[in-house]
Design a protein around this ligand. Structure first.
Ligand code: ASP
Length: 577
């Protein structure tokens, strides 16, 4: 077995005879003298062959070798690598396995196309950053396991072949050979099982769980991903948040050496009002400002019409930025808000104490002064104004806030801002389905004070669901669950599930609640997102060993792919033309 890692060796080992194994990262042939950068998982060490050597001359980049030799102090030191003080003078070199020409360089930040890297992922994993990300991922899951175990949590594995779970995405289906025409679904999360574990009396469960969702993919999504899944019995929100905060604190202390402060909290409604998003980036301020009141007597027809239809007027005050936004630049912002269905983006600039800009002419002196004094506007401040339906104004301005945060470099990238967003709406209107759907999942408990609204006032019914947001990313979702059959029945009814449909989908689950279900709640933490933030990447593929493309395709193995006719036959499947 290999017993020495390259970077175990240091100046202290000079004179020692060592046997090293690894890959040839680089070879320099200087006539009689050959230098090899030998790479193993730990890092690089320089090998030196002082005489012409047949094996050495046959080596290609990425060949696997065994080298026996003596550790020696280097004449010219290399401060860039950990073993830069030393080299190994090789007495015996063995070629274990040569390599053919490699499709891209293994060192540093490669410029290879992502598709090439995915096709040869095993080579990509040899690169420093992917390797380090995977090692960090292992470290994080180990911290999680240790921390949760210390609190009395038990890790339980739940099925991968199961009945559809209701997380709102499309299922991946697996046809059954034994029951032709029937399908398993891969779990979108272990939601149902973890609740059944609570009914099973486990009290504190966790799992580093694989989840599968057949959704359109984005930069931070993969069709299969991992959740740190947690469920607890006899708890309120506070208890769950404490466990999650403790877990995050343990991770950030160990990985980043940071003592995280207590996490901030904000109700969903306030969050939307202030940031126009349920996952706000709170590393910078520039909150949305409601200026509806300032325009309550407006004579400007467009604003007047909007206010008559119960619309709102909000703005962003962009400090000291008026000179950065010419008409052309403002037009670009206009195009941007249009993608969020917003209409005209108005603007105002304060120059020499005077407001100018697209709506300056239609504003009264009172309105102008009201605006200047409300925000203590100073010269060169820019005010971006949107008027319209509440939801559109909030969403568009919220997105514009984030864009400007990036464009104007307002974000402090050294910060890790955790925020609990609480009391989400119970339901969400689905335009496609023309009915209300569960905003989280249908097992989420309503707020105690909203129980009566479950069927009668769905718009104003709020839940005990919460998200944890980190730097604008939704890191986890969770909720206190319903644990009595009557409330559960009402929620199914509210989202348009008849008793028969509910029974067919979750009959076994509903039945379980009749045998003494404890109050319970939990969370599912997106592991990849957490690792992405810890690794400072915005590409989920960087933190997954064998990722798929945006079309859920594996370029390395060519999955999905066709299967034998015989396999299809066994499954009772005939393909349509
Ligand atoms: N199953 C939920 C999800 O995947 C998390 C939870 O409610 O615990 O979002």
């Amino acid at each position: 077995m290999k017993t020495i890692n390259n970077t175990d060796l240091s100046i202290k080992d000079v004179g020692k005879e060592v046997t090293l194994f690894g890959w040839v990262q680089k070879k320099r042939d200087l006539g009689g003298l050959t230098f090899i950068d030998l790479r193993d998982r730990s890092g690089i060490i320089q090998l030196v062959l002082k005489e012409g050597n047949e094996v050495a001359s046959s080596l290609k980049t990425e060949a696997v070798i065994k080298a026996v030799g003596k550790v020696s102090e280097r004449e010219s030191k290399n401060t860039k690598i950990k073993t830069g003080d030393i080299e190994v003078i090789v007495s015996d070199l063995e070629l274990i396995n040569n390599s053919i020409d490699i499709p891209f360089e293994i060192n540093g930040d490669t410029t290879a196309l992502e598709d090439t890297r995915l096709k040869y992922r095993y080579l990509d994993i040899r690169r420093e950053n992917i390797k380090n990300n995977l090692i960090l991922r292992n470290k994080v899951t180990l911290i999680v396991r240790n921390y949760l175990n210390s609190l009395g949590f038990v890790e339980v594995e739940t099925p991968i072949l199961c009945k559809s779970t209701p997380e709102g995405a499309r299922d991946y289906l697996v046809p059954s050979r034994v029951f032709n025409g029937k399908f398993y679904a891969l779990p979108q999360s272990p939601q149902i099982y973890k609740q059944l574990l609570m009914i099973g009396g486990m009290e504190k469960y966790f799992q580093i769980a694989r989840c599968f969702r057949d959704e359109d993919l984005r930069a931070d999504r993969q069709p299969e991903f991992t959740q740190i899944d947690i469920e607890m019995s006899f708890v309120e929100e506070e208890d769950i948040w404490e466990v999650v905060e403790g877990t995050m604190k343990a991770i950030f202390k160990d990985i980043k050496g940071i003592d995280l402060p207590k996490f901030e909290r904000l109700k969903y409604v306030d969050c939307i009002n202030r940031f126009g998003s349920d996952k706000p980036d709170t590393r910078f301020e520039m909150e949305l400002q409601d200026i509806t009141d300032i325009f309550k007597n407006t004579t400007f027809e467009i604003f007047k019409g909007i206010l008559e239809e119960k619309g709102i007027i909000n703005c962003l005050v962009v400090k000291d930025a008026a000179d950065k936004y010419s008409r052309k630049e403002i037009d670009k912002l206009q195009e941007f808000v249009k993608t969020y269905k917003a209409n005209v983006l108005s603007y105002l600039k304060l120059t020499d104490g005077e407001l100018s800009g697209s709506i300056a002419k239609v504003m009264s002196d009172e309105e102008k002064n009201g605006l200047i004094s409300k925000f203590n506007l100073e010269n060169n401040d820019l005010v971006l104004v949107l008027a319209g339906k509440e939801k559109i104004v909030k969403t568009a301005l919220g997105a514009l806030r984030v864009k400007l945060g990036h464009d104007l470099d307002l974000i402090d990238h050294s910060k890790y801002n955790f925020l609990w967003v609480t009391e989400f709406p119970m339901y969400e209107w689905s335009e496609e389905e023309q009915r209300f759907e569960a905003a989280h999942h249908p097992f989420t408990s309503p707020r105690r004070e909203d129980i009566d609204k479950l069927l009668t006032d769905k718009e104003n019914c709020y839940s005990r669901a919460y998200d944890l947001v980190l730097n604008g990313y939704e890191l986890l979702s969770g909720s206190i669950r319903i644990h009595d059959s009557e409330t559960q029945r009402k929620v199914f009814e509210a989202i348009g599930l008849t008793e028969e449909q509910a029974k067919a989908k979750f009959g076994f689950f509903i039945d379980a609640f009749k045998y003494g279900a404890p109050p319970h709640g939990g969370v599912g933490i997106g592991l990849e997102r957490l690792i992405m933030i810890l690794c400072d990447t915005d590409n989920i593929k960087d933190v997954v060993a064998f990722p798929k493309t945006a079309s859920a395709y594996c370029l390395m193995s060519d999955a999905p792919n066709v299967v034998d006719e015989k396999q299809l036959k066994e499954l009772g499947i005939g393909l349509r033309d």
